[in-house]
Design a protein around this ligand. Structure first.
Ligand code: OOB
Length: 528
């Protein structure tokens, strides 16, 4: 199923509460232009685009896509870095009612082929050469794997055409597909609607105090849910502020932009926040315009949170969110211990959070357990994943986040761990099974299990345990090179490969993959 709808009683409640307004993305973009016309909406190097220009370009790109045979409802995989092109393409698709599928610049042939195939995409938009990598080189393999792809466009192509009349795409259907970090073989696609997503955007902008004076530095990859909508670039456009596209999040690129554009708010993952904290102690750049540093995607230590104000001179805001929906924020006026030691509380009074034990029974208040959630902007099912949905969601529609949490008496979430087979490598999510499958494709590999290892900088990195089939000698370095050669995002290549005679699992019978990974993590903990 493309979109698992919310049951009618929930949809009615969310509409009655004013969360779902029936506004399409196309209409929202037009209303931003009506409200903020000649203000600067997006800055990308020397390019400065006003709200009116963004809106006009969306119409031109929509017409250009339509002229090339792209129709409302068609899926288009979009892999674009942090440039103004992103808005032309994505807003153009929104205006047309076509459905962007948000890939990340780090993705390679393996992921792009899968997205195109699974979504039966008719087109792919790539960046050309980006960070020294020629994305055009991936195209023949992706096309071979996904015959539905009829067009490949490159960033900067002039796709515009004279605007044409287009029907409003509506707000309750599939608007775009986000990527899930995934814990099984391949990332899942997350179907979002304009109704649910724009609610989270508006509410987030309010929580973060955005206004026309806000200047947001987009330093994380723009297509990720955090910089896109929490409140991210869309929240800033809703509020009439200015988005500054940052091509790379390193201090040497970001700090001069903060100084030049008088940036007030930005969002980072914890390892980057640590890099910024170190660099800020020595920088000559003037960072005094910064008011808020949001940190999320992985857990920020209380120590790092405490350093933000003294070193960067701005407030810290913790953000615990997921592309499936639920986003939690510490509030700007929260006391220090809440800002430092919790991951915030939900956006909406209608976000329902349950903390349950392994058997699914609620734990006593304040107890630690599995976080389940449903609400006005949390999906009820992944895209075309019926079988997986049966376990990823409870029968009454709660999404099983895979996160272990406790909730404070004031309703703030503290993330204590994770039950899903995923590695959170500094905010970049890696499904253990996906990497294992690549290792298993090597003839010398008998079995493989990928687990997280604690890392002072990244929080976690990956270690692959491998047993050999006897089919020729192979070294850890060769196995890493083999995985890399399979054309997947570099962050998924195991940081370490350890060849073992046997997995340290005792007892009889067949053990589940999850138990095997747990045994390996325990083995690692004993060794260290
Ligand atoms: C964000 O979204 P995703 O979809 O890349 O990853 C979601 C997962 C969560 O289930 C959790 O395991 C982890 O990332 N996570 C955190 C965290 N924020 C996300 N774990 C601990 N502390 C945090 N602050 O990562 C995302 C989406 C929207 C806003 C912010 C982050």
């Amino acid at each position: 199923m493309d979109l698992t709808p919310w049951p009618a009683e929930f949809a009615e409640r969310y509409r009655a509460a004013g969360y779902w307004r029936g506004e399409s993305f196309s209409a929202a973009i037009r209303s931003w232009a009506d409200a903020h016309g000649d203000r600067v909406a997006v800055v990308d190097g020397d390019v400065r685009r006003t709200y009116r220009e963004l809106d006009a370009r969306a119409s031109r790109f929509a017409a250009g896509f339509a002229a090339r045979g792209i129709a409302p409802g068609d899926r288009v995989v979009v892999q674009l870095p942090n440039t103004a092109d992103f808005f032309d393409v994505v807003f153009g698709l929104f205006r047309l009612g076509a459905v962007p599928v948000f890939a990340l610049p780090a993705h390679r042939e393996s992921e792009l082929s899968y997205f195109c195939r699974h979504a039966e995409a008719v087109a792919l938009v790539i960046p050309g050469v980006h960070e020294g990598f020629d994305h055009g080189g991936l195209v023949p393999a992706v096309r071979a794997a996904a015959p539905s792809v009829r067009h490949v466009f490159t960033a900067g192509d002039d796709l515009g055409a004279e605007p044409v009349d287009l029907a409003d795409p509506g707000a309750s259907g599939l608007a775009f597909l986000q990527l899930s970090g995934g814990s099984t073989g391949l990332p899942k696609l997350i179907p979002r609607t304009a109704d649910d997503y724009l609610y989270s955007v508006r509410a987030s902008a309010g929580i973060c105090g955005l206004s026309p004076a806000s200047v947001y530095l987009c330093a994380l990859p723009v297509a990720h849910n955090f910089p896109l909508s929490s409140p991210g670039v869309l929240g800033v456009l809703h509020a009439g502020g200015t988005v500054v596209m940052c091509p790379r999040p390193s201090p040497d690129v970001a700090f001069p932009l903060i100084e030049r554009e008088r940036v007030t708010i930005t969002a980072l993952v914890p390892p980057l926040a640590l890099v910024w904290l170190t660099a800020a102690e020595h920088t000559g750049a003037d960072l005094s315009s910064l008011e808020v540093l949001q940190v999320g995607g992985a857990k920020l230590t209380a120590d790092a949170a405490r350093r933000v104000r003294p070193v960067l001179g701005c407030a810290v805001q913790q953000v615990f969110g997921m592309a499936e929906g639920l986003v939690n924020y510490t509030r700007l006026d929260d006391p220090a211990e809440v800002l430092e030691e919790t991951q915030g509380r939900p956006i909406s009074p209608d976000d329902e959070l349950l903390v349950v034990d392994d058997a699914g029974a609620p734990v006593p208040p304040g107890g630690t357990g599995h976080l389940l959630t449903r609400g006005p902007y949390t999906i009820r099912g992944y895209y075309r994943a019926e079988e997986h949905n049966a376990t990823a969601f409870t029968p009454d529609g709660f999404y099983r986040t895979g996160d272990l949490v406790r909730i404070t008496p004031a309703g703030y979430v503290v993330v204590t761990g994770r039950a899903k087979d995923q590695i959170n490598r500094g905010g970049e999510k890696i499904a253990a099974e996906e990497v294992e499958n690549h290792l298993l494709a090597h003839p010398a590999v008998h079995d493989a299990a990928v687990v997280a290892v604690p890392d002072a900088y990244l929080g976690e990195r990956t270690c692959a345990f491998v047993t050999l089939s006897g089919d020729g000698p192979v070294s850890p370095a060769q196995l890493r090179a083999f995985v890399r050669s399979r054309g997947l995002a570099a962050f998924k290549v195991p940081d370490k490969v350890q060849i073992v005679d046997a997995f340290p699992v005792t007892g009889v019978g067949k053990v589940s993959r999850t138990d095997l990974r747990a045994a390996l993590r325990a083995h690692l903990a004993r060794e260290s």
